[in-house]
Ligand binder design. Structure first.
Ligand SMILES: NC(=O)c1ccc[n+]([C@@H]2O[C@H](COP(=O)([O-])OP(=O)(O)OC[C@H]3O[C@@H](n4cnc5c(N)ncnc54)[C@H](O)[C@@H]3O)[C@@H](O)[C@H]2O)c1
Length: 243
């Protein structure tokens, strides 16, 4: 199976690409290596995948409709994991137009290409931020999501709605995944766990290393992200912040 992974050099995308390669699928990774955080980290994320047959890297921007058409025409992806996005609710407040172009307009273009090239399956990355200020726990998919509190959340919600329309009108099989705070190796450096670790390390490196060992042991125990997969038997996920 041939997969297009947009944002494939990012945190989640690089793991998805590796998993697909490991089970024998081909991966076309599209990423523009933007400077939201250090692009060197992204090159590092894909270093192992780049050694594998079946992996193609397209350095490109999903906003470039012509370039994306070329990717579809040339590589004919059968399935799509659409992870490329401008992330982060807070930074989106200063630049709503950019978030709208990347997270919404480019997504519509990809949905349209997927329809035209008869893609079998389209997975769209959304976010727990669509739940806005909801205090109700645990979150469930049917909770209201019509009061997003940042341009980031609003663009993700809008993309979800458009995906629904494409599914309804064109019968394009689409799944939307609302990630909660995902953490683990290669995690995005702007996210809470990594910001805490950096701050602690400045104050007390020994305490910091101990805390990180406990934290990583906990991750190993759960072997899940917090995307609703945290084992119920050990209580609610400690990761409640939305992203
Ligand atoms: N990490 C989380 O906890 C979390 C939570 C909720 C939702 N999400 C969503 O999951 C997806 C992946 O998140 P992540 O944490 O891996 O982020 P990330 O920033 O590490 O990965 C996103 C990748 O997309 C690329 N990208 C951004 N704009 C692009 C463009 N215009 N063209 C091509 N590539 C572009 C970036 O260079 C980056 O490599 C995103 O859609 C994000 O909104 C993540």
């Amino acid at each position: 199976m041939r997969y297009l992974v947009t944002g494939g050099a990012g945190f989640i995308g690089s793991h998805v690409a590796e998993r697909l390669l490991a089970r024998g699928d081909d991966v076309i990774c599209v990423d523009n290596f933007n400077t939201y955080y250090d692009p060197q980290r992204k090159w590092h994320n894909i270093a192992a995948a780049q050694q594998q047959r079946g992996y193609r890297l397209v350095e490109g921007d999903i906003r470039d409709a012509e370039a994306m058409e070329d990717v579809f025409a040339r590589h004919r992806p059968q399935r799509i994991a659409h992870l490329a996005a401008m992330p982060g609710p807070r930074p989106s407040i200063a630049n709503p137009a950019l978030y709208s172009e990347v997270n919404l307009t480019a997504t519509v273009n990809l949905l349209e290409l997927a329809r035209r090239y008869e893609v079998e399956n389209f997975v769209l990355a959304s976010t727990s931020s669509v739940y806005g200020a909801s205090q109700k726990l645990p979150f469930v998919e049917s909770d209201p999501t019509d009061r997003p509190l940042s341009p980031y959340a609003a663009t993700k919600k809008a993309a979800e709605v458009l995906a629904h329309t494409f599914q309804a009108v064109h019968k394009l099989p689409i799944s939307v995944v609302r990630f909660f705070t995902v953490y683990g190796p290669r995690g995005r450096p702007d996210m809470t766990p990594y910001l805490f670790v950096d701050k602690w390390y400045d104050v007390n490196p020994l305490f910091c290393l101990t805390a990180v060992s406990i934290f990583t042991a906990t991750i190993r125990m759960s072997t899940t992200s917090s995307a609703g997969l945290w084992p119920r038997s050990i209580g609610p996920s400690p990761m409640r912040s939305t992203t």
